[in-house]
Design a binder for this molecule. Structure first.
Ligand code: PAF
Length: 290
């Protein structure tokens, strides 16, 4: 496994791979790898000739006052995990390699980025502009055939798909199911911040989504959302949002049609911001993602 620090090294590698007619898979990460990342790496390893993992804590997707300076980092451990997962190249640039002096471009998806995590009362639309700008840069630098992301960041997945289609990136965007702890908590690098007590309470996030699903089957969407929110409140958690949306457009869902509904939640547990979601299929009343 090779570690590339400079964008120019990445470009040289990409030119060489193009000559060899290899399929390339990219797994973009901000490091502090967990089982969720492992599932993306595994899929990339199975499907592609060459696997590139990017490792970059992207400063432009953090708002002032968010956890950029304390975001968990352990490059040595990440490189060991990447190597044992069969990664061929880790692209780990420095911030000034990605955003050199004079950098002035933003890639922004409108509409989809202004709700849920993008609303002003949450992380704000600037968060997604940071995500789409770095992902566009990674797609340009690595030029992968496939790029892998997790369903836990459902809105991010929708926004990245939109951007890739609008800007005619020829990379296929692959979204893989959320990986969970045994008690249902979605895997996240930020789980590392949780005290044992907060970790225990955080399980209410997934329970609240399961509760929403089961009440929806019996009593419809409004009652279901109410039940889910109540479940969180019982655990002493006030959600930043707890909403039902259609996954492709992120328009508010009414739950009356046959289309799948994304119920998404963001909540702080003892100061740690966590997100999760569930996809509910009204027709069969079965969840399609766990
Ligand atoms: O999901 C993440 O870890 C980040 O948002 C991503 C896609 C690597 C961009 O920095």
């Amino acid at each position: 496994m090779k570690v590339l620090r400079d964008p120019s090294e990445m470009h040289t590698l990409r030119d060489a791979l193009r000559g060899q007619d290899k399929t390339v898979g990219l797994v973009p990460t901000m490091g502090y790898l967990h089982e969720g990342h492992n599932s993306l790496l595994k899929a990339a390893r199975e499907e592609c000739d060459v696997v590139v993992m990017s490792l970059f804590v992207n400063p432009t997707q953090f708002r002032p006052g968010e956890d950029l300076s304390t975001y968990p980092r352990d490059e040595e451990r990440d490189l060991a995990i990447a190597e044992s997962s069969g990664v061929d190249y880790v692209y780990a640039p420095q911030p000034d390699g990605i955003y050199p002096a004079g950098f002035a471009t933003k890639v922004e998806v409108e509409g989809l980025t202004e709700v849920l995590c993008g609303s002003e009362t949450s992380r704000g639309p600037g968060h997604f502009a940071g995500v789409t700008t770095i992902v566009a840069k990674l797609l340009n630098a690595v030029d992968p055939d496939y790029a892998y992301f997790g369903q836990k960041d459902a809105q991010q997945a929708t926004v990245i798909r939109r951007m890739a289609e609008d800007l005619e990136f020829r990379t296929e965007i692959v979204i893989l199911p959320t990986v969970r702890e045994r008690d249902g908590l979605a895997m996240s690098s930020r789980n590392a911040y949780l005290s044992p007590e907060a970790r225990e309470r955080a399980t209410a996030i997934w329970s609240s989504l399961l509760e929403t699903e089961s009440v929806f089957a019996e009593d419809g969407l409004d009652a279901a959302l109410e039940a889910g929110r109540r479940r969180l409140e019982q655990a002493g958690i006030t959600p930043e949002y707890f909403e039902a949306r259609y996954p492709g457009t992120l328009d508010p869902a009414d739950g009356n049609g046959p289309d799948p509904i994304l119920v998404a939640v963001a909540a702080k547990v003892d100061g740690t911001r966590l997100i999760d979601n569930i996809l509910i299929e009204p027709k069969s009343l079965k969840r399609s993602d766990r």
